[in-house]
Ligand binder design. Sequence first.
Ligand code: HEC
Length: 117
Amino acid sequence: MNLRTRIALVTLITSAWVACASTGVPAPETPAAASPAAQPAASTAGGRAAFLNACSGCHGEDATGGLGPPLVPARRDAETLNEIVRNGLGLMPPLDPGLITDDQIVQVVAFLNSLSQ
Ligand code: HEC
């Protein structure tokens, strides 16, 4: 096999591999992500559970406030909420990932949004 053939072969194999990786058979996680109907409900329920566990003591079970201010209507995006929860704010203490994970904070945003509709 001469060099030119070899380069052509390598190019072919590489591009076939890239094509497979990007557009080929869906990865195993794709089918789960492809059921959009199931996801908001799941994250809302998860968000509610996380909220009741980590936030409701100060913000009330329905997020209408208590020691802390009302969180509805929701006005914080996931990134800002994560910053507030991790760093604390005024009288609100920073919360540890052992109490609420980053994923759960995202779910809490979904939960707060669902309360605000
Ligand atoms: C120990 C009580 C306490 C807990 C637990 C707590 N908070 Fe707070 N939170 C407060 C207080 C008090 C404030 C008001 C801080 C200030 O403005 O001085 C506050 C403020 C906030 C704010 C800013 C309000 C706004 O939008 O202007 C957000 C957002 C918030 N909390 C979200 C959460 C979330 C989400 C959780 C649970 C993961 C949580 N908090 C848990 C006491 C708490």
